[in-house]
Write a protein that binds this ligand. Structure first.
Ligand SMILES: Cc1cc2nc3c(=O)[nH]c(=O)nc-3n(C[C@H](O)[C@H](O)[C@H](O)COP(=O)(O)OP(=O)(O)OC[C@H]3O[C@@H](n4cnc5c(N)ncnc54)[C@H](O)[C@@H]3O)c2cc1C
Length: 426
């Protein structure tokens, strides 16, 4: 039997659920197909969800949603082999005016999906979509391992590898220079010990970004949950390919760093996972709408790697896809031209405006890996020189520090780097 819906959404992640909820609330018939045994079962991230964008769908969600901790401190670690330099921002305002919450996707996604279900969407788990169905070149539904389903518009919210957008001819595989491989562990520790180690109150959490280990553009992350720590590294696929290093070895090296190891000491490994992040930015967001189909979230490569934002772009693109389909339903026009409104909506929103602003950043850092290697190292060495107390005159010390810095990076190189950063971010 083939059923027909106003919209079929493939994937019950933040993008898919936001789209389904938006449409179901407006009275459209919506089916969500999810390959996992439940929403979130297949999903991994760092990570945090953001208050501002999540509240657009669920006001004061933290009162009922399974959140872990609200973030009160953002840490930026610059590592060298034996040391670290830490810049952090803790603000009591984050205690009243929540900004971001650490969550486990396996707990948060089912809660989030229930919003769409309560609004009238039907969610079917354990169902893999294998292909798009076409009639006269137009997408009219999807083929699943349980049979075919027809729809006026299909929303491909099937994540970074989006088989659906490839089958619709909208996208290729994620190119190597736009993909980051993230490997992550969830490590259990008693709640109180996490709070002692990170100097946190009972509900408070930290989000940490760490650079300066391994070759190339590698970054580490750490998030405190209630009684676990999410810790991982992101490895540029191209760098990984060039360096021939194994992700596991780099991850072990990272966890054994003398500044990191004490934070996770005596923890019990609960979970290990790996996932791709589409970090290429605006230049890789190409076709995201066609006759009968829209692409949202990671499937459309909507990730802001600079600010570590993904779920909010996914949710917003889901909402905008939903609104576009509601409009198309009113006109009964599901053509490419009608659905192109989705792209325009995204261009008018922070999603593509932010990615456009940073469009040259990924390429710049890829061409200048010394920001992730030489600079963290030099910052640590300079901090060390500054703090050692001995007979050396401060005048000589400062000369030595300058000589060290200019040996690592010429004056012209430093000026050039500062100029480029200014241009990229201003
Ligand atoms: C290590 C890591 C850390 C991150 N940290 C953060 C962070 O701190 N904050 C943040 O905002 N973002 C973060 N992100 C990014 C964020 O996770 C993604 O941007 C976001 O999850 C994208 O949502 P989505 O709904 O588009 O895709 P996903 O969350 O990937 O959901 C896609 C869904 O589609 C389903 N699916 C796939 N194929 C099929 C199919 N053929 N049939 C049926 N179902 C299918 C999957 O099972 C999945 O449920 C991080 C990502 C990673 C990997």
């Amino acid at each position: 039997m083939t059923e027909k819906f106003d919209s079929v959404v493939v994937g019950a992640g933040p993008a898919g659920i936001a789209a389904a909820y938006t449409m179901a609330k407006a009275g459209l018939s919506v089916l969500v197909l999810e390959k996992g045994e439940k929403p979130g079962a297949k999903n991994m991230f760092g990570g945090v969800i953001f208050r501002h964008h999540t509240e657009k769908l669920a006001p004061e969600f933290w009162k009922t949603a399974p959140i872990e901790r609200h973030v009160v401190e953002y840490q930026y670690w610059f590592l060298s082999k034996q040391s670290h330099l830490l810049v952090s921002h803790r603000n009591q305002r984050f205690n009243g005016q929540y900004n971001a919450f650490t969550v486990h996707r396996a707990k948060f996604d089912p809660w989030f999906a229930k919003l769409a279900e309560d609004a009238g969407a039907v969610i079917i788990n354990r169902t893999t979509v294998n292909d798009v169905l076409k009639e006269n070149g137009k997408i009219v539904g999807v083929a699943t391992d349980r049979g075919n389903v027809m729809a006026d518009v299909v929303v491909a919210a099937d994540g970074v590898n989006s088989m659906l957008s490839k089958q619709a001819g909208l996208r290729e595989e994620v190119p190597e220079d736009a993909a980051v491989l993230a490997v992550k562990e969830v490590i259990a520790l008693p709640k109180q010990r996490i709070e002692e180690r990170f100097n946190l109150g009972p509900e408070e959490g930290i989000a940490a970004l760490l650079v300066g280990f391994g070759p190339g553009m590698h970054a580490g992350f750490m998030y405190t949950n209630r009684d676990t720590i999410s810790i991982g590294i992101g490895l540029g696929m191209r760098d990984l390919d060039k360096s021939k290093q194994r992700p596991n070895d780099l991850f072990e090296q990272f966890k054994n760093h003398p500044s990191i190891a004490p934070l996770i000491k005596d923890g019990e490994l609960k979970e290990y996972s790996a996932h791709l992040i589409p970090e290429g930015g605006y230049n890789y967001v190409s076709n995201i709408s066609t006759d009968g189909m829209l692409v949202a979230g990671d499937a459309a490569m909507l990730v802001n790697a600079i600010n570590w934002e993904g779920t909010n772009l996914a949710m917003t693109s889901g909402i905008l896809a939903g609104e576009t389909i509601i409009e198309a339903e009113k006109k009964k026009d599901f053509s490419t031209a009608s659905l192109f409104r989705y792209r325009q909506r995204l261009e008018d929103s922070f999603v593509l405006k932010d990615l456009k602003k940073y469009r040259d950043v990924p390429k710049f850092f890829a061409a200048n890996p010394h920001f992730f290697t030489q600079y963290p190292d030099a910052m640590n060495e300079l901090a060390y020189m500054w703090h050692v107390v001995d007979d050396e005159l401060k005048e000589d010390r400062i000369k030595r520090m300058k000589a060290y810095l200019f040996k690592r990076r010429s004056k012209l190189g430093l000026l050039r780097d500062a100029y480029h950063l200014w241009r990229l971010f201003s």
